[in-house]
Design a protein around this ligand. Structure first.
Ligand SMILES: [Zn+2]
Length: 199
């Protein structure tokens, strides 16, 4: 049997921003305050993970079939911003300047690591564009080798789809990540996007 304290510490320290020291502190705090605080946390976590699933449209974590953003009629469905991961979507959302919808690929093409096109949500992207109503697809993958390769692949894939395809400006340093860029940099990258394909 695995030691329950060790098991909790291990699970906690894998969470973003927690670390070993805080994981141990939290574990002992919960032991001390057991059972009320621990049960409350356990139930909150279970309640969330059991309801959470990828949004049927954009692939972002959601509690319903469509995430709150995709379900918002005030968003401009003719603009589609393609990102590698959910935190990248949050980084763009934080600028407050993008009113369109997103498409989360779930990563970037990395053939050497075994990530081919079939591992990304590219088919779903093709279907969304083919369904009509999209005017521009903005490629906001990271300025890394994988991100650039992914952008080129998507631009190629959508070349005959009848939509404008744009790439966000660099400004985010090569090898940098959208997720960690400051708001102004992301905002400028978005505003300075260039054309990769025309309808
Ligand atoms: Zn969504």
């Amino acid at each position: 049997m695995e030691d329950p304290v060790q098991r909790l510490v291990l699970a906690l320290k894998r969470l973003p921003g927690v670390g070993e020291k805080n994981a141990v502190r939290i574990a002992f705090y919960l032991m001390q305050e057991a059972p009320a605080k621990g049960r409350e946390l356990a139930e909150a976590v279970t309640g969330l993970v059991e309801r959470s699933r990828p949004c049927a449209l954009c692939g972002a974590p959601a509690l319903e079939e469509r995430c709150a953003l995709c379900a918002d009629p005030r968003r401009d469905a003719s603009l589609l911003c393609v990102v590698e991961k959910f935190p990248d979507m949050l980084a763009i959302e934080k600028t407050g300047e993008f009113r369109g919808l997103y498409h989360v690929l779930g990563g970037a093409l990395a053939p050497l690591d075994g990530v081919g096109p079939e591992r990304l949500r590219l088919g779903a992207l093709g279907e969304r564009v083919a369904a009509g109503g999209v005017r521009e697809v903005i490629l906001a993958t990271n300025p890394s080798t994988e991100g650039e390769a992914t952008a080129a692949y998507v631009a190629d894939m959508l070349a005959t789809a009848g939509v404008a395809v744009t790439r966000i400006a660099s400004g985010i340093p090569m090898g940098g990540e959208l997720e960690y860029a400051d708001r102004l940099t992301v905002s400028r990258a978005l505003a300075g996007r260039r054309e990769m394909g025309r309808p």
